[in-house]
Structure formats: structure tokens, C-alpha cells
Design a protein around this ligand. Structure first.
Ligand SMILES: [Ca+2]
Length: 404
């Protein structure tokens, strides 16, 4: 999900969203997605299995937890089912449809029919709920959902199968193949899980029924209205049925989980068949991710982050954390505030940010993030997401080296 801003939605995305400080994603795409949030919440006691005998409840909870972890907190078909009347019965929604048709010069009845058929989907609203007050981010838990032997093996397989396209993307866009492998692995396990919600249901539900408890409900709701508009414009242009595409609960689509606005701006045809297919063409997905990162100022050859330690005498944590993930500090100002770098980091020329990853009740983890770390957070606005992408990319690359 790229770029854009917002809650993007795939499970993964979701996850990220739950954990991130800045959520939002390629368009929200990634507000990251939220999978994590769902998974973490689902593990809280008392959240599930409220009916039935106590013993059964515990068993059911355990089974559900195991199943959720196994599938990366991905939603199953059951919860993707819409409920309630279609949006055709909501006058303000139909007014929006008329205005959209006017703005975009689309056929009014076609737009009304499309939006009118979309159905309110409670599971989507639930997934977009902000985390509870007591929710504590936990990088180790987050990481364990994305860096596992199954996803690494899938990454190796994907890399071997698409070496040519990955190398071409790197050559043309300056974006390393392993980063693209990391993104596609975290987003959808290389297309294995591209989301089961109808994009129309997701976008319409979030445009008109975004959970009011969210601190940025109004902003998010406007965001999804714009995404809905982009999606319908695109579907109209392509002459396709807007009710068919499926994606994350936030409407993120295909192998790279692009939100509609990211698709329109950054998706490319990279296999030369004159169509852009982010669901079925790994080459198009690879080229589109590379194009996305190039647009967000990926700098070829620059590391994403460096290890950092602290000089407690000089340490000014408030100052170091103030810019959050935005790279701001020169090497000398970083050092003056007590952030200690070593080795290759001392040759770095661009600005740095101190990235803090909370570990629940444990000690936080810290790294010095570069502008390329920041670029990854433009895909999904979460430092946890970015770190998971980087670590999956590195793990797959190591495995490739070990088993050529
Ligand atoms: Ca293509």
C-alpha cells in the first residue's frame, strides 16, 4: 500500500497500523494495515468465546488464537460478508454518488448503481477501530508474525522465480530486489493473501461509516471518499465491473496492496502486455513497487538504518525523539544528544532519525533510521512495518546466499 496515507488495510497492513505511530499507508495503504491490531486484540482475555461452557470457551479461544497466528491474523471469508442494507438506501451516499459522477464526468446511473450495491460490512469497521488505551506496541510480537520460516521460504521461491524482473527493476529504478521481496512478503506473502473483502464494500463502508471512536475519523473518512472516487474512475476507464475486485479491509489491492490512488499514480505494466495487473502479474507488482519507492525518494546504495547505542552522560532523549521518524539529525547533532554510532554509520552523510520500537513491558529497541528507512514508511506509515520489511528482506537474502 502505498502511498497514500492511510489505513490500508490488508491484514498485514493492518497489523502495522495497529502498531504504528504514524499510521497511514500507501495511501493508507497501509495505515498499515491492521492485522496486528486484530491479532493482538483477539488474544486479550474475554474478547472471544463469550458463550458456551467455560472449558469450551477456553479451548475455542486457544484454537482461535492458534488459527489466527497461523494465518497471520488474516480474516477469513466468514467475516468478510457484508451485512445490512446496501448503501442505495442512504440519501447522503447517493448525493455523494451524484457529485462524484459530476466531478469525474462519469455516467450518473452507473456510479449510483455501483455505490448503491456496496454493503456495509461490520467486520471492516471493527478492524479499523483504534487500539484500546491499554494497548502496548510490541516489536518482538509484531516481528514474529512476519519473519518466520514459511514466509522466508516463500521469499526465496519468489526471488528465484523472478530474478530477471527484480534485477531489471533494480537497474531501472535503483530499488534493490531484496527490498521489493521484503515488501511483497510482508504485504501478501507473495500474492497468497491479497484480501477477501469486496473493494467496493471496504471503501464505501470506510467512507461513510468510519468508526467514530477513531481520533481522526473525519480525516480518514474523507480519505476513503477520495479513494472510492479514484477506484470508480479507474474501473470506469477500464470498463470493468467495480463489484468484482477484492482486497484488504481498507481496500488495498493485489500483491503489493496498492490503494486505488496509489494504483493510479504508481502502478506500471512491467511485463509488457499493455495491462497493469497487480493480482496476477508478479512482474507488474515488482515494477510498481520499485516505481513507488523511486517516487518516494529511495536513494540507491544508502543503508536503511544503523545500530545505535547511548552515551548516558549526554543523552537528551526528548530531543532525539521529538522529530519521530523524520530524519532530521546530522551525525554531529546526533552525537551531541548522546546517540552513539560506529563503523560505516560514521561515513553517513544524510540526516538521521532515532527510531524507537517498543517491546511491550520490555526495553525498547532503537536504530538510527536513514532517509531510506523513512522511504519505507511512506509505503505504510509505521516504523514497525518498515523494520519488518527490512528484516524479512535480509532474512530472505541470507537464505538465498546459504542455498544458492
Ligand atoms: Ca502487465
Amino acid at each position: 500500500m502505498p502511498a497514500n496515507t492511510a489505513d490500508t488495510g490488508k491484514a498485514t497492513t493492518t497489523l502495522a497500523q495497529g502498531l504504528s505511530t504514524n499510521t497511514s499507508g500507501p495511501d493508507a495503504s497501509h495505515e498499515a494495515r491492521t492485522a496486528d491490531k486484530a491479532a493482538v486484540h483477539s488474544q486479550k482475555p474475554g474478547k472471544s468465546g463469550k458463550s458456551g461452557k467455560p472449558g469450551e470457551t477456553r479451548k475455542a479461544e486457544k484454537a482461535e488464537k492458534a488459527a489466527k497466528l497461523k494465518r497471520g491474523a488474516t480474516l477469513k471469508t466468514r467475516s468478510t460478508q457484508p451485512a445490512g442494507p446496501p448503501y442505495a438506501s442512504r440519501p447522503e451516499v447517493m448525493t455523494f454518488a451524484d457529485e462524484l459522477a459530476e466531478r469525474r464526468s462519469l455516467d450518473r446511473s452507473w456510479v449510483r448503481r455501483a455505490i448503491g450495491q456496496a454493503q456495509h460490512t461490520p467486520a471492516i469497521v471493527r478492524l479499523m477501530q483504534p487500539p484500546s488505551q491499554t494497548f502496548v506496541k510490541n516489536w518482538r510480537v509484531y516481528r514474529s508474525r512476519f519473519i518466520d520460516s514459511k514466509r522466508i521460504a516463500a521469499g526465496v521461491q519468489f526471488w528465484n522465480a523472478h530474478q530477471t524482473e527484480l534485477a531489471r527493476a533494480e537497474k531501472e529504478y535503483g530499488v534493490p530486489g531484496h527490498l521489493i521481496v521484503g515488501i511483497l512478503g510482508v504485504e501478501t506473502i507473495y500474492g497468497q493473501d491479497t484480501g477477501k473483502f469486496r473493494v467496493m464494500d471496504a471503501l464505501t463502508t470506510l467512507a461513510f461509516d468510519f468508526p467514530a471512536s477513531h481520533p481522526r475519523a473525519q480525516e480518514r473518512s474523507e480519505f476513503f471518499k477520495r479513494e472510492l472516487e479514484q477506484f470508480l474512475s479507474q474501473q470506469s476507464r477500464l470498463g470493468t465491473d467495480p463489484m468484482l475486485p477484492r482486497g484488504s479491509y481498507a481496500g488495498a489491492m493485489g500483491m503489493p496492496q496498492f490503494m486505488p490512488s496509489s494504483w493510479v499514480r504508481f502502478a506500471i505494466d512491467f511485463d509488457g502486455d499493455n495491462t497493469i495487473d497487480l493480482w496476477n502479474s508478479p512482474a507488474d507488482a515488482i515494477g510498481s513497487v520499485a516505481n513507488y519507492f523511486k517516487a518516494f525518494n529511495w536513494q540507491p546504495g544508502m543503508p536503511t538504518h544503523y545500530p545505535v547505542s547511548f552515551d548516558t552522560e549526554k543523552l537528551d532523549m526528548d530531543a532525539l525523539m521529538a522529530p519521530d521518524i523524520l530524519p532530521t539529525f546530522s551525525l554531529s547533532s546526533f552525537a551531541a544528544k548522546g546517540a552513539v554510532l560506529k563503523g560505516a554509520a560514521l561515513q553517513h552523510t544524510g540526516p538521521l532519525a532515532l527510531i524507537e520500537l517498543l517491546n511491550g513491558p520490555g526495553e525498547p529497541s532503537y536504530v538510527a533510521g536513514t532517509e531510506n528507512f523513512y522511504a519505507i514508511t511512506r509505503y505504510n506509515w509505521s516504523s514497525y512495518y518498515a523494520m519488518a520489511v527490512i528484516e524479512l528482506a535480509e532474512a530472505v537474502a541470507r537464505e538465498m546466499k546459504n542455498k544458492p
